[in-house]
Design a protein around this ligand. Structure first.
Ligand SMILES: [Zn+2]
Length: 423
């Protein structure tokens, strides 16, 4: 099956090419096989991209898709107040079926806003995986690991089960995800590190989300967060550290020689009053990608919204508009995410040989016209412009309509039923 995306303005995110090119993309089954001007070979399906922008699918490098039903539920609570009062009591009663519907809603939002891969950690994994497989979205998935009441082993067992059952699925890869220092302990973290080494998987965890967390770690462990990374062996794993809001020079100097990425979550950090990560500084030491966090604190899964905030926040923090730019943010949301997840040979840019995870935007709209500075305009204004989403060569959104068999009205009603039952 040959598909051709023809005549689009392609932002490939391949550093060896021009930033924007008028070029045709030839896709065979699940892979990009050619990038060529004025393709005139054979095809089975033509996707007319005239006057449209074509991008690699966006990569959400830190999220909790199962929290979709908690959308925008934090107004004026601290991280711990919100978790302890609003989230954990409800999560305690969530079933696999509830998580299935919550993840389904998250995936619809992602497909409609151009995210083709997410780095997810949550629980009720069977429900989540059922939704992910039905919706055919690329997923870096895991069971969140924590050892709060000595029940950490059972979580690792559950992880091993879902890993073994799904590791051959071409759309699903895994991380090992100790939730955070405050929900784990040193022995347990060491186990997580060893398991990640044994299975050759990245470690995905929350790290230094706010100052309180750093103080708590230092008090409970008698060690700084950096010392805990070292004593548990985690420092030598491939790490995706979510948030990394406050990072010392000492940490940066150690991290720069390791395989470490920060998943920046600016909206969640602002909403929970956690602070502002110094991305301008940190990017000199580590790979930085972009996440939404769960929608309870991150409000939505629309990466365009989060990209805009990322750019503005750094310029404001430094009182200097020259420190950041839209293309750099786009890198965070595409190729840098792929690098963090160990998938840069497969996704993150439009290149021959990579998987066809591609999105198309129609900017012909009063909110995005005139479209003169294309990259800046799309990073800041294209909140509702994705009109085609393709994952692994399959079109999941066409002319802004889902190509999957799903009734959105029924889905929303189902979510309300779940909220009523659990609250
Ligand atoms: Zn998180």
């Amino acid at each position: 099956m040959i598909k051709v995306i023809k005549n689009g303005q392609v932002i490939s995110m391949d550093s060896n090419r021009d930033k924007i090119e008028n070029i045709d993309i030839v896709i065979k089954d699940d892979k990009i096989i050619d990038l060529v001007k004025d393709y005139n070979g054979e095809y089975d399906e033509l996707i007319d991209a005239t006057n449209k922008i074509v991008l690699p699918g966006l990569i959400n490098a830190h999220t909790h898709l199962g929290m979709s039903m908690f959308k925008a539920t934090n107004d004026s609570l601290t991280l711990m107040e919100w978790l302890e009062d609003k989230i954990w009591p409800i999560e305690d009663n969530m079933t696999d079926d509830d998580t299935y519907y919550s993840v389904l809603m998250a995936l619809v939002e992602m497909i409609k806003t151009g995210t083709t891969c997410s780095n997810d950690m949550y629980f009720n994994c069977d429900g989540a995986l059922k939704a992910i497989k039905e919706m055919k979205v690329r997923s870096v998935f895991t069971r969140t690991l924590a050892d709060i009441n000595g029940d950490g082993e059972s979580r690792i067992d559950e992880f091993m089960r879902i890993y073994n059952e799904n590791k051959d699925n071409p759309l699903i890869t895994f991380t090992i995800a100790p939730h955070a220092f405050y929900t784990c302990n040193e022995n347990y973290l060491r186990k997580c590190s060893e398991l990640a080494t044994e299975l050759n998987l990245p470690v995905h965890m929350h790290y230094n989300e706010n100052r309180g967390e750093i103080e708590q770690t230092t008090k409970e462990y008698g060690k700084t967060p950096l010392e805990v990374l070292k004593s548990t062996g985690l420092i030598n794993n491939k790490l995706i550290l979510a948030h990394a809001t406050f990072i010392t020079d000492e940490e940066l100097n150690v991290f720069k020689d390791k395989d470490i990425s920060f998943a920046h979550n600016p909206l969640s950090n602002l909403n929970l009053g956690c602070g502002t990560a110094d991305v301008v500084k940190y990017r000199n030491y580590v790979n930085i990608c972009l996440g939404t966090d769960g929608v309870g604190s991150g409000n939505n899964l629309n990466m365009f919204y989060h990209m805009s905030i990322t750019d503005l926040l750094q310029k404001g923090k430094y009182e200097d508009p020259t420190v950041f730019n839209s293309y750099e943010v786009l890198k965070m949301a595409t190729i840098n995410g792929a690098k963090a997840l160990g998938l840069s040979n497969k996704i993150g840019s439009i290149e021959v040989g990579k998987q066809a995870d591609i999105i198309m935007l129609d900017m012909n709209n009063i909110l995005t016209e005139p479209n003169v500075d294309i990259i800046n305009n799309l990073v800041h204004n294209a909140l509702n412009n994705v009109d085609m989403t393709m994952i692994n060569g399959e079109i999941l959104l066409k002319d802004k309509k889902l190509c999957l068999d799903i009734n959105e009205k029924e889905l929303i009603n189902k979510i309300y039923e779940i909220i009523d039952r659990l609250s």
